[in-house]
Design a protein around this ligand. Sequence first.
Ligand SMILES: [Zn+2]
Length: 295
Amino acid sequence: MPELPEVETIARGLGKRVAGDVIESVWIGSKRQPLKSPAAEIVATLEGARIAGVHRAGKHLVFDLEYGAPRTAGFAGNRVAKPGACHAGRSGCATPRNSQWIVHLGMTGRLLACRPEDEVLKHTHLVAQLSSGRELRFVDPRMFGKLSVHSTGFDPGGVEPLEVGDDQFIALFRKRKTPIKSALLNQKLLRGVGNIYADESLFRAGIRPRRRAAILTRDQLRKLHGAVQEVLREAIALGGSSVSDYVDADGEEGLFQLQHRVYGREGEPCLTCKEPIRRVVLAGRSSHFCPQCQK
Ligand SMILES: [Zn+2]
Protein backbone atom coordinates (compact mmCIF):
# COMPACT_ATOMS: atom_id res chain seq x y z
CA MET A 1 0.00 0.00 0.00
CA PRO A 2 1.49 3.34 -0.93
CA GLU A 3 2.33 5.41 2.13
CA LEU A 4 2.90 9.13 2.45
CA PRO A 5 6.35 9.21 0.80
CA GLU A 6 5.14 7.20 -2.18
CA VAL A 7 2.06 9.38 -2.59
CA GLU A 8 4.26 12.49 -2.36
CA THR A 9 6.54 11.03 -5.04
CA ILE A 10 3.58 10.17 -7.24
CA ALA A 11 2.12 13.67 -6.82
CA ARG A 12 5.44 15.23 -7.86
CA GLY A 13 5.82 12.87 -10.81
CA LEU A 14 2.30 13.57 -12.04
CA GLY A 15 2.74 17.29 -11.49
CA LYS A 16 5.80 17.28 -13.76
CA ARG A 17 3.92 15.42 -16.45
CA VAL A 18 0.45 16.97 -16.49
CA ALA A 19 0.45 20.37 -14.77
CA GLY A 20 -0.84 22.95 -17.24
CA ASP A 21 -2.59 20.34 -19.33
CA VAL A 22 -6.32 20.52 -20.06
CA ILE A 23 -8.61 17.55 -19.58
CA GLU A 24 -10.51 17.19 -22.83
CA SER A 25 -12.64 14.17 -22.18
CA VAL A 26 -13.16 11.54 -19.52
CA TRP A 27 -14.15 7.90 -19.81
CA ILE A 28 -15.36 6.07 -16.71
CA GLY A 29 -15.81 2.30 -16.62
CA SER A 30 -18.83 0.45 -15.35
CA LYS A 31 -17.45 -0.39 -11.90
CA ARG A 32 -18.92 1.95 -9.34
CA GLN A 33 -16.83 0.95 -6.29
CA PRO A 34 -14.00 3.44 -6.87
CA LEU A 35 -16.38 6.37 -7.37
CA LYS A 36 -17.01 8.42 -4.26
CA SER A 37 -18.70 11.14 -6.30
CA PRO A 38 -21.35 10.37 -8.96
CA ALA A 39 -19.76 9.50 -12.31
CA ALA A 40 -21.60 12.33 -14.05
CA GLU A 41 -20.27 14.83 -11.53
CA ILE A 42 -16.70 13.59 -11.94
CA VAL A 43 -17.00 13.86 -15.72
CA ALA A 44 -18.58 17.33 -15.57
CA THR A 45 -15.92 18.58 -13.16
CA LEU A 46 -12.95 17.15 -15.00
CA GLU A 47 -13.89 17.85 -18.60
CA GLY A 48 -12.65 21.22 -19.76
CA ALA A 49 -10.61 21.79 -16.61
CA ARG A 50 -6.99 22.89 -16.67
CA ILE A 51 -4.77 21.03 -14.21
CA ALA A 52 -3.14 23.88 -12.31
CA GLY A 53 -1.07 21.54 -10.18
CA VAL A 54 -0.92 18.25 -8.33
CA HIS A 55 -0.14 17.89 -4.65
CA ARG A 56 -0.52 15.47 -1.78
CA ALA A 57 -2.84 15.83 1.21
CA GLY A 58 -2.28 12.95 3.62
CA LYS A 59 -2.35 9.92 1.37
CA HIS A 60 -4.60 11.60 -1.19
CA LEU A 61 -3.53 12.97 -4.56
CA VAL A 62 -5.13 16.36 -5.14
CA PHE A 63 -5.47 17.84 -8.62
CA ASP A 64 -6.18 21.57 -8.52
CA LEU A 65 -8.50 22.34 -11.40
CA GLU A 66 -9.15 25.70 -13.03
CA TYR A 67 -11.71 26.74 -15.57
CA GLY A 68 -12.03 29.50 -18.05
CA ALA A 69 -8.30 29.77 -18.61
CA PRO A 70 -7.24 30.22 -22.22
CA ARG A 71 -7.47 26.82 -23.80
CA THR A 72 -4.48 25.31 -25.49
CA ALA A 73 -4.64 24.03 -29.03
CA GLY A 74 -6.91 21.12 -29.75
CA PHE A 75 -10.59 20.55 -29.87
CA ALA A 76 -11.06 21.68 -26.26
CA GLY A 77 -10.82 25.21 -27.60
CA ASN A 78 -14.02 24.72 -29.53
CA ARG A 79 -15.78 22.74 -26.92
CA VAL A 80 -19.37 23.70 -26.30
CA ALA A 81 -20.25 23.68 -22.63
CA LYS A 82 -22.91 21.16 -21.82
CA PRO A 83 -26.16 22.40 -20.36
CA GLY A 84 -26.11 22.11 -16.61
CA ALA A 85 -22.35 21.97 -16.49
CA CYS A 86 -21.96 25.47 -15.13
CA HIS A 87 -21.59 24.34 -11.51
CA ALA A 88 -18.03 23.64 -12.51
CA GLY A 89 -17.61 27.25 -13.45
CA ARG A 90 -17.71 27.12 -17.18
CA SER A 91 -19.64 29.28 -19.58
CA GLY A 92 -22.84 30.61 -18.10
CA CYS A 93 -21.37 31.14 -14.66
CA ALA A 94 -20.63 34.65 -13.51
CA THR A 95 -17.62 33.58 -11.46
CA PRO A 96 -15.70 30.51 -12.51
CA ARG A 97 -15.32 28.23 -9.54
CA ASN A 98 -12.28 26.10 -9.16
CA SER A 99 -12.47 22.49 -8.10
CA GLN A 100 -10.31 19.62 -6.98
CA TRP A 101 -10.08 16.05 -8.17
CA ILE A 102 -9.12 13.74 -5.32
CA VAL A 103 -7.58 10.32 -5.91
CA HIS A 104 -6.86 7.86 -3.13
CA LEU A 105 -4.86 4.91 -4.40
CA GLY A 106 -6.02 2.48 -1.72
CA MET A 107 -4.07 -0.78 -1.73
CA THR A 108 -3.39 -1.37 -5.40
CA GLY A 109 -4.46 1.78 -7.24
CA ARG A 110 -2.16 3.45 -9.76
CA LEU A 111 -2.59 6.70 -11.62
CA LEU A 112 -0.57 6.53 -14.81
CA ALA A 113 0.47 9.23 -17.25
CA CYS A 114 0.22 7.31 -20.50
CA ARG A 115 0.67 7.79 -24.20
CA PRO A 116 -2.50 6.90 -26.13
CA GLU A 117 -0.72 3.94 -27.71
CA ASP A 118 0.17 2.41 -24.34
CA GLU A 119 -1.75 -0.77 -23.71
CA VAL A 120 -4.89 -0.16 -21.68
CA LEU A 121 -4.40 -2.35 -18.64
CA LYS A 122 -7.06 -4.58 -17.19
CA HIS A 123 -8.86 -2.92 -14.27
CA THR A 124 -8.66 0.56 -15.82
CA HIS A 125 -11.56 2.48 -14.29
CA LEU A 126 -11.00 5.99 -15.62
CA VAL A 127 -9.21 7.53 -18.59
CA ALA A 128 -8.78 11.29 -18.88
CA GLN A 129 -7.61 12.50 -22.27
CA LEU A 130 -5.43 15.58 -22.09
CA SER A 131 -4.89 18.28 -24.68
CA SER A 132 -1.17 17.40 -24.82
CA GLY A 133 -2.11 13.98 -26.15
CA ARG A 134 -1.29 12.23 -22.91
CA GLU A 135 -3.82 10.24 -20.96
CA LEU A 136 -4.23 9.89 -17.24
CA ARG A 137 -5.42 6.40 -16.40
CA PHE A 138 -6.61 5.13 -13.06
CA VAL A 139 -5.97 1.40 -12.72
CA ASP A 140 -6.94 -0.54 -9.62
CA PRO A 141 -7.33 -4.33 -9.50
CA ARG A 142 -8.68 -4.49 -5.96
CA MET A 143 -10.78 -1.33 -6.09
CA PHE A 144 -9.98 0.05 -2.68
CA GLY A 145 -8.93 3.26 -4.39
CA LYS A 146 -11.31 6.20 -4.42
CA LEU A 147 -12.07 8.94 -6.90
CA SER A 148 -14.00 12.05 -5.99
CA VAL A 149 -14.39 15.72 -6.85
CA HIS A 150 -14.69 18.59 -4.42
CA SER A 151 -14.89 22.32 -4.42
CA THR A 152 -11.51 23.71 -3.37
CA GLY A 153 -10.10 23.25 0.11
CA PHE A 154 -10.35 19.45 0.36
CA ASP A 155 -9.44 18.52 3.91
CA PRO A 156 -8.73 14.87 4.64
CA GLY A 157 -8.62 15.62 8.39
CA GLY A 158 -5.66 15.35 10.70
CA VAL A 159 -2.42 17.30 10.65
CA GLU A 160 0.23 17.07 7.94
CA PRO A 161 3.19 15.26 9.60
CA LEU A 162 5.81 17.16 7.63
CA GLU A 163 4.31 20.51 8.58
CA VAL A 164 3.36 19.98 12.21
CA GLY A 165 5.48 21.86 14.77
CA ASP A 166 6.93 20.46 18.00
CA ASP A 167 4.29 21.88 20.33
CA GLN A 168 1.39 20.86 18.16
CA PHE A 169 2.82 17.36 17.79
CA ILE A 170 3.20 17.01 21.54
CA ALA A 171 -0.33 18.32 22.12
CA LEU A 172 -1.75 15.77 19.67
CA PHE A 173 -0.36 12.78 21.57
CA ARG A 174 -0.02 13.89 25.18
CA LYS A 175 -3.43 12.86 26.40
CA ARG A 176 -3.92 9.74 24.31
CA LYS A 177 -4.38 6.60 26.36
CA THR A 178 -3.83 4.31 23.37
CA PRO A 179 -0.48 2.72 22.52
CA ILE A 180 1.71 5.27 20.76
CA LYS A 181 1.84 3.08 17.65
CA SER A 182 -1.97 3.16 17.34
CA ALA A 183 -1.97 6.91 17.92
CA LEU A 184 0.61 7.37 15.14
CA LEU A 185 -1.64 5.42 12.76
CA ASN A 186 -4.74 7.41 13.75
CA GLN A 187 -5.41 9.46 10.62
CA LYS A 188 -7.48 11.96 12.60
CA LEU A 189 -4.29 12.99 14.43
CA LEU A 190 -1.52 12.77 11.85
CA ARG A 191 -2.56 12.10 8.29
CA GLY A 192 -0.60 9.79 6.08
CA VAL A 193 1.67 7.93 8.50
CA GLY A 194 1.27 4.20 7.84
CA ASN A 195 2.53 1.02 9.44
CA ILE A 196 6.05 0.92 8.02
CA TYR A 197 6.98 4.50 8.80
CA ALA A 198 5.37 4.34 12.26
CA ASP A 199 7.56 1.34 13.18
CA GLU A 200 10.69 2.95 11.76
CA SER A 201 9.99 6.25 13.54
CA LEU A 202 9.44 4.55 16.90
CA PHE A 203 12.70 2.65 16.51
CA ARG A 204 14.63 5.84 15.82
CA ALA A 205 12.98 7.53 18.78
CA GLY A 206 13.74 4.54 21.05
CA ILE A 207 10.09 4.05 22.03
CA ARG A 208 8.28 0.71 22.12
CA PRO A 209 5.12 0.58 20.02
CA ARG A 210 2.95 -0.55 22.94
CA ARG A 211 3.85 2.33 25.26
CA ARG A 212 0.84 4.48 26.08
CA ALA A 213 1.12 7.83 24.37
CA ALA A 214 -0.03 9.62 27.53
CA ILE A 215 2.93 8.44 29.63
CA LEU A 216 5.59 9.60 27.19
CA THR A 217 7.54 12.64 28.31
CA ARG A 218 7.64 15.86 26.31
CA ASP A 219 11.24 15.02 25.41
CA GLN A 220 10.28 11.60 24.10
CA LEU A 221 7.48 13.07 22.03
CA ARG A 222 9.84 15.74 20.71
CA LYS A 223 12.26 13.01 19.70
CA LEU A 224 9.47 11.05 18.05
CA HIS A 225 8.37 14.15 16.14
CA GLY A 226 11.90 14.52 14.80
CA ALA A 227 12.07 10.82 13.94
CA VAL A 228 8.75 10.84 12.04
CA GLN A 229 9.85 13.79 9.92
CA GLU A 230 13.32 12.35 9.35
CA VAL A 231 11.99 8.98 8.21
CA LEU A 232 9.42 10.52 5.87
CA ARG A 233 11.91 12.97 4.37
CA GLU A 234 14.50 10.25 3.78
CA ALA A 235 11.90 8.10 2.06
CA ILE A 236 10.74 10.99 -0.13
CA ALA A 237 14.35 11.74 -1.07
CA LEU A 238 14.84 8.08 -2.05
CA GLY A 239 11.65 8.15 -4.07
CA GLY A 240 12.76 11.00 -6.27
CA SER A 241 14.65 8.69 -8.57
CA SER A 242 11.89 6.13 -8.91
CA VAL A 243 8.97 8.33 -9.92
CA SER A 244 8.66 6.50 -13.20
CA ASP A 245 7.96 3.28 -11.31
CA TYR A 246 4.64 4.78 -10.38
CA VAL A 247 3.34 7.15 -12.94
CA ASP A 248 4.71 6.02 -16.29
CA ALA A 249 2.86 3.21 -17.97
CA ASP A 250 6.07 1.35 -18.78
CA GLY A 251 7.46 1.66 -15.25
CA GLU A 252 7.87 -1.25 -12.90
CA GLU A 253 5.41 -1.59 -10.08
CA GLY A 254 6.52 -1.70 -6.48
CA LEU A 255 7.34 0.48 -3.54
CA PHE A 256 10.74 2.03 -3.18
CA GLN A 257 12.16 1.20 0.15
CA LEU A 258 13.95 2.93 2.86
CA GLN A 259 16.48 0.58 4.41
CA HIS A 260 14.13 -0.74 7.06
CA ARG A 261 15.72 -1.04 10.47
CA VAL A 262 12.86 -2.92 12.13
CA TYR A 263 9.89 -3.26 9.77
CA GLY A 264 9.67 -6.79 8.34
CA ARG A 265 12.86 -7.87 10.16
CA GLU A 266 11.39 -10.12 12.85
CA GLY A 267 14.08 -12.43 14.28
CA GLU A 268 16.89 -10.64 12.44
CA PRO A 269 19.58 -8.88 14.49
CA CYS A 270 19.03 -5.23 15.36
CA LEU A 271 21.35 -3.11 13.22
CA THR A 272 22.39 -1.19 16.34
CA CYS A 273 22.68 -3.80 19.12
CA LYS A 274 22.34 -7.23 17.42
CA GLU A 275 19.36 -8.19 19.61
CA PRO A 276 16.73 -10.05 17.52
CA ILE A 277 13.92 -7.78 16.32
CA ARG A 278 10.53 -8.70 17.75
CA ARG A 279 7.09 -8.50 16.26
CA VAL A 280 3.85 -7.96 18.15
CA VAL A 281 0.33 -7.53 16.80
CA LEU A 282 -1.32 -4.29 17.83
CA ALA A 283 -4.86 -3.51 16.73
CA GLY A 284 -4.53 -6.11 13.99
CA ARG A 285 -1.30 -4.65 12.58
CA SER A 286 2.21 -6.03 12.92
CA SER A 287 4.58 -3.89 14.93
CA HIS A 288 8.30 -4.47 14.85
CA PHE A 289 10.73 -3.27 17.50
CA CYS A 290 14.07 -3.89 19.18
CA PRO A 291 13.56 -4.91 22.82
CA GLN A 292 16.99 -3.51 23.66
CA CYS A 293 16.98 -0.15 21.86
CA GLN A 294 13.34 0.72 22.48
CA LYS A 295 11.99 1.30 25.96
ZN1 LIG B 1 18.67 -2.76 19.15
